[in-house]
Design a protein around this ligand. Sequence first.
Ligand code: NAD
Ligand code: DAU
Length: 341
Amino acid sequence: MSTTWLVTGGAGFIGSNFVRLALEESRADKVVVLDALTYAGNLENLLPYLEGDKRLVFVRGDIAKAPDVEAVFAEHAPTQVFHFAAESHVDRSIDDPAPFVYTNVLGTQVLLNAARRHATKRFVMVSTDEVYGALALGTTDRFHEKLPYNPSSPYAASKASADLLAKAMFHTYGMDVVITNCSNNYGPYQFPEKLIPLMIMNAFAGESLPVYGDGLYVRDWIHVEDHCRGVMAVAERGRAGETYCIGTENEQPNIAIVRKILELTGRDESLIRYVKDRPGHDRRYSIDPTKVKAETGWSPQIAWEEGIRSTVEWYRSNAQWLQRIKSGEFRSYYDKMYAGR
Ligand code: NAD
Ligand code: DAU
Protein backbone atom coordinates (compact mmCIF):
# COMPACT_ATOMS: atom_id res chain seq x y z
CA MET A 1 0.00 0.00 0.00
CA SER A 2 1.64 3.25 -1.09
CA THR A 3 2.15 6.07 1.37
CA THR A 4 1.92 9.80 0.83
CA TRP A 5 3.06 12.01 3.68
CA LEU A 6 1.76 15.54 3.88
CA VAL A 7 4.26 17.64 5.82
CA THR A 8 2.97 21.09 6.73
CA GLY A 9 5.69 23.63 7.49
CA GLY A 10 8.19 21.47 5.61
CA ALA A 11 10.28 24.49 4.56
CA GLY A 12 10.93 25.48 8.18
CA PHE A 13 13.59 24.23 10.56
CA ILE A 14 12.21 20.96 11.91
CA GLY A 15 9.92 20.26 8.96
CA SER A 16 12.79 20.43 6.45
CA ASN A 17 14.98 18.16 8.59
CA PHE A 18 12.02 15.76 8.76
CA VAL A 19 11.51 15.79 4.99
CA ARG A 20 15.22 15.20 4.36
CA LEU A 21 15.26 12.23 6.72
CA ALA A 22 12.04 10.80 5.25
CA LEU A 23 13.47 10.94 1.71
CA GLU A 24 16.95 9.71 2.61
CA GLU A 25 15.52 6.73 4.46
CA SER A 26 12.68 6.14 1.97
CA ARG A 27 10.07 6.30 4.70
CA ALA A 28 7.29 7.28 2.28
CA ASP A 29 6.59 6.86 -1.43
CA LYS A 30 5.74 10.53 -1.81
CA VAL A 31 6.26 13.56 0.43
CA VAL A 32 4.10 16.63 -0.15
CA VAL A 33 5.18 19.83 1.60
CA LEU A 34 2.53 22.47 2.22
CA ASP A 35 4.13 25.70 3.39
CA ALA A 36 3.15 29.37 3.19
CA LEU A 37 6.83 30.46 3.11
CA THR A 38 6.47 33.02 5.88
CA TYR A 39 9.61 34.81 7.12
CA ALA A 40 10.66 31.43 8.63
CA GLY A 41 10.05 29.28 5.57
CA ASN A 42 13.11 28.80 3.39
CA LEU A 43 12.94 26.75 0.19
CA GLU A 44 16.74 26.57 0.20
CA ASN A 45 16.35 24.08 3.07
CA LEU A 46 14.83 21.63 0.56
CA LEU A 47 16.68 22.64 -2.58
CA PRO A 48 18.68 19.55 -3.56
CA TYR A 49 15.60 17.37 -3.16
CA LEU A 50 13.21 19.78 -4.87
CA GLU A 51 15.49 19.84 -7.88
CA GLY A 52 16.42 16.19 -8.03
CA ASP A 53 13.91 13.97 -6.25
CA LYS A 54 10.55 13.35 -7.91
CA ARG A 55 9.13 11.92 -4.68
CA LEU A 56 9.04 15.46 -3.22
CA VAL A 57 6.26 17.88 -4.17
CA PHE A 58 6.19 21.44 -2.89
CA VAL A 59 2.95 23.41 -2.63
CA ARG A 60 2.93 26.99 -1.47
CA GLY A 61 -0.25 27.47 0.54
CA ASP A 62 -1.71 28.67 3.81
CA ILE A 63 -3.02 26.04 6.23
CA ALA A 64 -5.63 28.48 7.52
CA LYS A 65 -7.15 28.86 4.05
CA ALA A 66 -9.54 25.98 3.43
CA PRO A 67 -9.27 26.14 -0.40
CA ASP A 68 -5.45 25.84 -0.22
CA VAL A 69 -5.72 22.82 2.06
CA GLU A 70 -8.59 21.22 0.17
CA ALA A 71 -6.67 21.43 -3.11
CA VAL A 72 -3.73 19.52 -1.60
CA PHE A 73 -5.93 16.79 -0.13
CA ALA A 74 -7.94 16.46 -3.35
CA GLU A 75 -4.83 16.16 -5.54
CA HIS A 76 -2.52 14.09 -3.33
CA ALA A 77 -4.80 12.16 -0.92
CA PRO A 78 -2.22 11.98 1.88
CA THR A 79 -2.23 8.81 3.94
CA GLN A 80 -0.50 10.53 6.88
CA VAL A 81 -0.35 14.17 7.91
CA PHE A 82 2.64 15.51 9.86
CA HIS A 83 1.60 18.91 11.08
CA PHE A 84 4.68 21.09 11.75
CA ALA A 85 3.47 24.42 10.30
CA ALA A 86 3.26 27.09 12.96
CA GLU A 87 4.30 30.48 14.11
CA SER A 88 7.02 29.22 16.43
CA HIS A 89 8.88 32.08 18.12
CA VAL A 90 7.84 33.05 21.66
CA ASP A 91 9.22 36.63 21.43
CA ARG A 92 7.17 37.31 18.30
CA SER A 93 4.03 36.02 20.05
CA ILE A 94 4.65 38.50 22.86
CA ASP A 95 4.89 41.33 20.30
CA ASP A 96 1.71 40.20 18.50
CA PRO A 97 -0.36 37.09 19.30
CA ALA A 98 -2.65 37.47 16.25
CA PRO A 99 -0.61 35.45 13.68
CA PHE A 100 -0.22 32.71 16.29
CA VAL A 101 -3.97 32.35 16.73
CA TYR A 102 -4.44 32.49 12.96
CA THR A 103 -1.93 29.80 11.99
CA ASN A 104 -1.61 27.66 15.09
CA VAL A 105 -5.28 27.54 16.09
CA LEU A 106 -7.36 28.27 12.98
CA GLY A 107 -4.80 26.63 10.67
CA THR A 108 -4.79 23.45 12.74
CA GLN A 109 -8.58 23.29 12.75
CA VAL A 110 -8.78 23.74 8.96
CA LEU A 111 -6.21 20.98 8.50
CA LEU A 112 -7.93 18.62 10.94
CA ASN A 113 -11.24 19.14 9.13
CA ALA A 114 -9.68 18.30 5.77
CA ALA A 115 -7.98 15.20 7.17
CA ARG A 116 -11.27 14.05 8.62
CA ARG A 117 -13.24 14.65 5.42
CA HIS A 118 -10.64 12.79 3.38
CA ALA A 119 -10.33 9.93 5.90
CA THR A 120 -6.57 10.38 6.32
CA LYS A 121 -5.20 7.34 8.12
CA ARG A 122 -3.21 9.17 10.79
CA PHE A 123 -2.76 12.82 11.82
CA VAL A 124 0.42 13.61 13.75
CA MET A 125 0.13 16.87 15.66
CA VAL A 126 3.65 18.15 16.31
CA SER A 127 3.55 20.21 19.47
CA THR A 128 5.72 21.59 22.21
CA ASP A 129 6.52 21.05 25.89
CA GLU A 130 5.65 24.74 26.43
CA VAL A 131 1.97 23.77 26.71
CA TYR A 132 2.74 22.56 30.24
CA GLY A 133 3.99 25.96 31.49
CA ALA A 134 7.09 26.32 33.66
CA LEU A 135 8.92 24.18 36.22
CA ALA A 136 10.83 25.57 39.20
CA LEU A 137 14.63 25.65 39.33
CA GLY A 138 16.29 23.29 41.78
CA THR A 139 13.52 20.65 41.62
CA THR A 140 13.44 17.28 39.88
CA ASP A 141 9.93 17.93 38.51
CA ARG A 142 9.50 16.99 34.86
CA PHE A 143 6.81 17.37 32.20
CA HIS A 144 4.84 14.20 31.47
CA GLU A 145 1.70 13.27 29.55
CA LYS A 146 -0.68 13.40 32.52
CA LEU A 147 0.09 16.99 33.54
CA PRO A 148 -2.65 19.55 32.88
CA TYR A 149 -1.89 22.22 30.28
CA ASN A 150 -0.80 25.56 31.77
CA PRO A 151 0.71 27.64 28.93
CA SER A 152 2.39 30.98 29.69
CA SER A 153 3.06 32.78 26.39
CA PRO A 154 0.63 33.49 23.54
CA TYR A 155 2.70 31.02 21.47
CA ALA A 156 2.29 28.27 24.07
CA ALA A 157 -1.42 29.07 24.50
CA SER A 158 -1.96 28.81 20.74
CA LYS A 159 -0.17 25.43 20.58
CA ALA A 160 -2.16 24.20 23.61
CA SER A 161 -5.38 25.22 21.83
CA ALA A 162 -4.30 23.34 18.72
CA ASP A 163 -3.53 20.21 20.77
CA LEU A 164 -6.96 20.40 22.41
CA LEU A 165 -8.65 20.67 19.01
CA ALA A 166 -6.69 17.62 17.84
CA LYS A 167 -7.72 15.67 20.96
CA ALA A 168 -11.35 16.73 20.43
CA MET A 169 -11.26 15.26 16.90
CA PHE A 170 -10.22 11.94 18.38
CA HIS A 171 -12.89 11.97 21.09
CA THR A 172 -15.73 13.31 18.95
CA TYR A 173 -15.16 11.66 15.59
CA GLY A 174 -12.75 8.85 16.39
CA MET A 175 -10.14 10.42 14.14
CA ASP A 176 -6.73 8.79 14.38
CA VAL A 177 -4.72 11.59 15.97
CA VAL A 178 -1.43 11.36 17.89
CA ILE A 179 0.27 14.31 19.58
CA THR A 180 3.96 14.85 20.30
CA ASN A 181 5.17 17.43 22.83
CA CYS A 182 8.88 17.99 22.38
CA SER A 183 11.47 20.14 24.11
CA ASN A 184 13.86 22.71 22.57
CA ASN A 185 15.41 21.60 19.26
CA TYR A 186 18.79 22.59 17.86
CA GLY A 187 20.65 21.60 14.70
CA PRO A 188 21.09 22.59 11.02
CA TYR A 189 18.70 24.97 9.22
CA GLN A 190 17.29 26.69 12.34
CA PHE A 191 16.19 30.25 11.69
CA PRO A 192 18.65 32.56 13.47
CA GLU A 193 16.11 34.19 15.76
CA LYS A 194 16.27 31.25 18.19
CA LEU A 195 18.90 31.08 20.94
CA ILE A 196 21.45 28.64 19.49
CA PRO A 197 21.71 29.80 15.85
CA LEU A 198 21.52 33.45 16.93
CA MET A 199 24.43 33.01 19.33
CA ILE A 200 26.46 31.06 16.76
CA MET A 201 25.81 33.69 14.08
CA ASN A 202 26.74 36.58 16.39
CA ALA A 203 29.82 34.80 17.74
CA PHE A 204 31.12 34.20 14.18
CA ALA A 205 30.59 37.89 13.43
CA GLY A 206 32.19 39.04 16.71
CA GLU A 207 28.89 40.66 17.71
CA SER A 208 27.37 40.66 21.21
CA LEU A 209 25.38 37.69 22.52
CA PRO A 210 22.15 38.93 24.17
CA VAL A 211 21.35 36.85 27.27
CA TYR A 212 17.89 37.48 28.71
CA GLY A 213 17.63 38.25 32.46
CA ASP A 214 20.03 36.33 34.69
CA GLY A 215 20.80 33.68 32.05
CA LEU A 216 19.78 30.91 34.44
CA TYR A 217 16.66 29.84 32.53
CA VAL A 218 16.83 26.13 31.80
CA ARG A 219 15.83 24.33 28.59
CA ASP A 220 16.01 20.61 27.76
CA TRP A 221 17.85 20.43 24.41
CA ILE A 222 17.30 17.77 21.75
CA HIS A 223 19.00 17.45 18.37
CA VAL A 224 16.45 18.00 15.60
CA GLU A 225 17.22 14.62 14.03
CA ASP A 226 16.36 12.85 17.29
CA HIS A 227 13.08 14.79 17.41
CA CYS A 228 12.26 13.84 13.80
CA ARG A 229 12.94 10.17 14.54
CA GLY A 230 10.70 10.47 17.61
CA VAL A 231 7.86 11.88 15.49
CA MET A 232 8.28 9.00 13.01
CA ALA A 233 8.30 6.46 15.85
CA VAL A 234 5.07 7.89 17.27
CA ALA A 235 3.52 7.93 13.80
CA GLU A 236 4.40 4.26 13.33
CA ARG A 237 3.85 2.85 16.79
CA GLY A 238 1.97 5.41 18.90
CA ARG A 239 -1.59 4.70 20.01
CA ALA A 240 -4.45 6.75 18.54
CA GLY A 241 -5.60 9.58 20.80
CA GLU A 242 -2.40 9.48 22.86
CA THR A 243 0.18 12.13 23.67
CA TYR A 244 3.94 11.49 23.74
CA CYS A 245 6.49 13.77 25.41
CA ILE A 246 9.84 13.71 23.55
CA GLY A 247 13.10 14.82 25.14
CA THR A 248 16.64 13.67 25.80
CA GLU A 249 17.15 14.52 29.51
CA ASN A 250 19.64 17.25 28.61
CA GLU A 251 18.88 20.26 30.81
CA GLN A 252 21.15 23.26 30.36
CA PRO A 253 21.02 26.83 31.69
CA ASN A 254 21.13 29.37 28.85
CA ILE A 255 24.41 30.82 30.04
CA ALA A 256 26.08 27.39 29.78
CA ILE A 257 24.90 27.14 26.15
CA VAL A 258 26.28 30.57 25.39
CA ARG A 259 29.65 29.71 26.98
CA LYS A 260 29.80 26.46 25.01
CA ILE A 261 29.20 28.34 21.76
CA LEU A 262 31.93 30.87 22.67
CA GLU A 263 34.30 27.95 23.28
CA LEU A 264 33.41 26.25 19.98
CA THR A 265 33.73 29.46 17.97
CA GLY A 266 36.98 30.54 19.64
CA ARG A 267 35.49 33.72 21.14
CA ASP A 268 35.72 35.02 24.70
CA GLU A 269 33.15 36.04 27.29
CA SER A 270 33.49 39.76 26.56
CA LEU A 271 30.80 39.21 23.87
CA ILE A 272 28.16 38.29 26.47
CA ARG A 273 25.56 41.03 27.09
CA TYR A 274 22.90 40.59 29.74
CA VAL A 275 19.76 42.27 28.39
CA LYS A 276 16.19 42.94 29.53
CA ASP A 277 14.30 39.74 30.34
CA ARG A 278 11.52 38.25 28.21
CA PRO A 279 8.11 39.07 29.81
CA GLY A 280 6.56 36.02 31.49
CA HIS A 281 9.75 34.02 30.85
CA ASP A 282 9.30 30.32 31.77
CA ARG A 283 12.05 29.38 34.23
CA ARG A 284 12.67 25.77 33.41
CA TYR A 285 11.57 22.98 31.04
CA SER A 286 12.34 19.30 31.52
CA ILE A 287 10.83 16.24 29.82
CA ASP A 288 10.22 12.78 31.19
CA PRO A 289 10.50 10.61 28.03
CA THR A 290 9.55 7.30 29.71
CA LYS A 291 6.33 6.77 27.75
CA VAL A 292 7.65 7.43 24.24
CA LYS A 293 10.61 5.13 24.90
CA ALA A 294 8.48 2.34 26.35
CA GLU A 295 5.69 2.42 23.77
CA THR A 296 7.55 3.19 20.56
CA GLY A 297 11.10 1.95 21.21
CA TRP A 298 12.48 5.42 20.33
CA SER A 299 15.63 6.61 22.02
CA PRO A 300 17.90 9.53 21.19
CA GLN A 301 21.07 8.87 19.19
CA ILE A 302 22.90 12.19 19.29
CA ALA A 303 24.68 13.14 22.52
CA TRP A 304 24.78 16.84 23.40
CA GLU A 305 28.56 17.34 23.12
CA GLU A 306 28.65 15.82 19.64
CA GLY A 307 25.38 17.49 18.59
CA ILE A 308 26.39 21.02 19.52
CA ARG A 309 29.88 20.59 18.05
CA SER A 310 28.52 19.36 14.70
CA THR A 311 25.85 22.08 14.74
CA VAL A 312 28.43 24.85 15.13
CA GLU A 313 30.41 23.21 12.32
CA TRP A 314 27.33 23.11 10.11
CA TYR A 315 26.75 26.85 10.51
CA ARG A 316 30.46 27.47 9.90
CA SER A 317 30.37 25.44 6.64
CA ASN A 318 27.06 27.00 5.59
CA ALA A 319 27.87 30.65 6.22
CA GLN A 320 26.23 31.51 2.89
CA TRP A 321 22.93 30.05 4.08
CA LEU A 322 23.01 32.42 7.07
CA GLN A 323 24.14 35.28 4.86
CA ARG A 324 21.22 34.77 2.46
CA ILE A 325 18.81 34.93 5.41
CA LYS A 326 20.45 38.09 6.73
CA SER A 327 20.26 39.76 3.32
CA GLY A 328 16.74 38.48 2.56
CA GLU A 329 18.02 36.80 -0.63
CA PHE A 330 16.60 33.44 0.49
CA ARG A 331 13.14 34.75 -0.32
CA SER A 332 13.85 34.72 -4.05
CA TYR A 333 14.09 30.91 -4.32
CA TYR A 334 10.38 30.43 -4.80
CA ASP A 335 10.20 32.86 -7.72
CA LYS A 336 13.35 31.39 -9.29
CA MET A 337 12.05 27.84 -9.10
CA TYR A 338 8.38 28.31 -9.84
CA ALA A 339 8.30 31.36 -12.12
CA GLY A 340 6.14 30.69 -15.14
CA ARG A 341 4.65 27.44 -13.86
P1 NAD B 1 9.78 27.28 12.01
O1 NAD B 1 9.29 28.62 12.43
O2 NAD B 1 11.23 27.11 11.68
O3 NAD B 1 8.97 26.78 10.72
C1 NAD B 1 7.58 26.95 10.60
C2 NAD B 1 7.20 26.68 9.16
O4 NAD B 1 5.77 26.80 9.06
C3 NAD B 1 7.80 27.70 8.15
O5 NAD B 1 8.30 27.02 7.04
C4 NAD B 1 6.61 28.57 7.78
O6 NAD B 1 6.70 29.12 6.48
C5 NAD B 1 5.44 27.60 7.92
N1 NAD B 1 4.16 28.27 8.16
C6 NAD B 1 3.90 29.24 9.08
N2 NAD B 1 2.63 29.64 8.97
C7 NAD B 1 2.06 28.89 8.00
C8 NAD B 1 0.75 28.83 7.43
N3 NAD B 1 -0.24 29.64 7.84
N4 NAD B 1 0.52 27.94 6.45
C9 NAD B 1 1.51 27.12 6.01
N5 NAD B 1 2.77 27.15 6.49
C10 NAD B 1 3.03 28.03 7.48
O7 NAD B 1 9.31 26.30 13.15
P2 NAD B 1 10.07 25.01 13.75
O8 NAD B 1 10.97 25.46 14.83
O9 NAD B 1 10.57 24.19 12.66
O10 NAD B 1 8.83 24.28 14.47
C11 NAD B 1 8.03 23.36 13.74
C12 NAD B 1 6.94 22.81 14.64
O11 NAD B 1 7.53 22.13 15.75
C13 NAD B 1 6.03 23.87 15.24
O12 NAD B 1 4.73 23.37 15.25
C14 NAD B 1 6.55 24.08 16.65
O13 NAD B 1 5.52 24.48 17.51
C15 NAD B 1 7.03 22.67 16.97
N6 NAD B 1 8.12 22.58 17.97
C16 NAD B 1 9.25 23.34 17.79
C17 NAD B 1 10.31 23.19 18.70
C18 NAD B 1 11.58 23.98 18.54
O14 NAD B 1 12.44 23.92 19.43
N7 NAD B 1 11.80 24.71 17.44
C19 NAD B 1 10.17 22.32 19.77
C20 NAD B 1 8.99 21.57 19.92
C21 NAD B 1 7.98 21.71 18.99
O1 DAU C 1 10.43 24.15 24.34
C1 DAU C 1 10.11 24.06 22.98
C2 DAU C 1 10.09 25.45 22.38
O2 DAU C 1 11.43 25.88 22.29
C3 DAU C 1 9.44 25.48 21.00
O3 DAU C 1 8.09 25.13 21.12
C4 DAU C 1 9.56 26.88 20.38
O4 DAU C 1 9.03 26.88 19.06
C5 DAU C 1 11.01 27.26 20.34
O5 DAU C 1 11.14 28.58 19.86
C6 DAU C 1 11.64 27.15 21.73
O6 DAU C 1 11.13 28.16 22.61
P1 DAU C 1 12.11 28.98 23.59
O7 DAU C 1 11.47 30.27 23.92
O8 DAU C 1 12.59 28.13 24.71
O9 DAU C 1 13.37 29.18 22.56
P2 DAU C 1 14.31 30.43 22.28
O10 DAU C 1 15.40 29.91 21.40
O11 DAU C 1 13.57 31.63 21.85
O12 DAU C 1 14.93 30.73 23.71
C7 DAU C 1 15.62 29.73 24.45
C8 DAU C 1 16.04 30.34 25.78
O13 DAU C 1 17.03 31.37 25.52
C9 DAU C 1 14.93 31.07 26.50
O14 DAU C 1 15.10 30.90 27.89
C10 DAU C 1 15.10 32.52 26.11
C11 DAU C 1 16.59 32.64 25.97
N1 DAU C 1 17.09 33.64 24.98
C12 DAU C 1 16.59 33.59 23.72
C13 DAU C 1 17.01 34.45 22.76
C14 DAU C 1 16.43 34.43 21.36
C15 DAU C 1 18.10 34.53 25.32
O15 DAU C 1 18.59 34.55 26.47
N2 DAU C 1 18.54 35.40 24.35
C16 DAU C 1 18.03 35.41 23.10
O16 DAU C 1 18.46 36.25 22.26
